[in-house]
Design a binder for this molecule. Structure first.
Ligand code: SAH
Length: 264
């Protein structure tokens, strides 16, 4: 519970993707998705009024929060006095996290603002050397996409790029009615665990480009979609080029990139 029950509640702002969770047991369940292994710091993105934060603060680990909304920051400062020095009032997407974490590892958690969920995932991938674990809540469809395997209808760019570096688990679904205001869609909680000792055996930029280009036209064969890459005829004959992107596993996308990289 907040320390000062007289403090005004934060008014939900749509443009910041604010849907405040008002179910304590769901908040606790989300906080408990972190294993707390291999890091000493947690960063919560978008704490709002701190419903999740208060369960994180009970754990034997250092919790930082990053929040763009001044009104929410003021609420947190008034109600979570111990947290005050570790409240970062910034845009997660723009802030250089190494100003706080230097090169130290940290885990990410949150009931994320859904309007920037994809960008949150991309920034995490860029910083993956420092992020051994990531968990939290997205729109259900996004959470499912991140965790889905080849052959699934929702398998796409996010699935391949995330699962190249992380093991992805879809944990549970959360209905709209536990939020204020309720979102139009269901939500899904997932956990990403970094694959330790893994390095991409091919060029990373090319891998991202191949995956993104292939999925731009998910009904077409890889041969068709990757025309713009000017590949040799002999390479384009390889059977992998006859497949559609949703048929290729993460490993096959890595193999495909390696073939393209070595194409003379
Ligand atoms: N965790 C809270 C709030 C979830 S709503 C709860 O579960 O109730 C999403 C939160 O993300 C809001 O507090 C919003 O202000 C914040 N937010 C939105 N965009 C952000 C950004 N770019 N950087 C940091 N926080 C952001």
């Amino acid at each position: 519970m907040a320390n000062n029950p007289n403090q005004h509640q934060v008014k939900a702002k749509k443009h910041l993707g604010q849907h405040f969770l008002n179910d304590e047991s769901v908040a606790q369940q989300i906080a408990d998705t972190l294993t707390l292994k291999n890091y000493k710091n947690i960063l919560e993105i978008g704490p709002g009024m701190g419903v999740l934060t208060k369960y994180l603060l009970k754990k034997d680990i250092t919790t930082y929060v990053i929040e763009i909304d001044t009104e929410s920051v003021e609420y947190l400062q008034a109600n979570y006095l111990n947290l005050a020095p570790r409240i970062i009032e910034k845009d997660f997407l723009k802030f250089d996290l190494n100003e706080v974490f230097k090169q130290e590892p940290f885990a990410i958690i949150g009931n994320f603002p859904y309007n920037i969920s994809t960008q949150i995932v991309f920034k995490t991938l860029e910083m993956r050397d420092q992020i051994p674990e990531f968990s939290g809540m997205f729109q259900k469809e996004v959470a499912q996409r991140i965790c889905s395997k080849e052959g699934s209808k929702v398998y796409g760019i996010l699935s391949v790029l995330v699962q190249a570096f992380y093991d992805a688990e879809y944990l549970f679904t959360v209905p709209p009615n536990v939020f204020n205001p309720p979102p139009k869609v269901e939500s899904g909680v997932l956990r990403l665990t970094r694959k330790e000792g893994f390095t991409l055996p091919c060029d990373e930029k090319l891998f991202f480009k191949v995956v993104k280009t292939a999925f731009q036209q998910r009904r077409k064969t890889i041969r068709n979609s990757l025309k713009t890459l000017n590949l040799s005829d002999s390479l384009r004959e390889d059977s992998i080029f006859g497949k559609r992107p949703e048929q290729l596993s993460v490993q096959q996308f890595i193999e495909l990139t390696t073939l393209i990289e070595n194409d003379a």
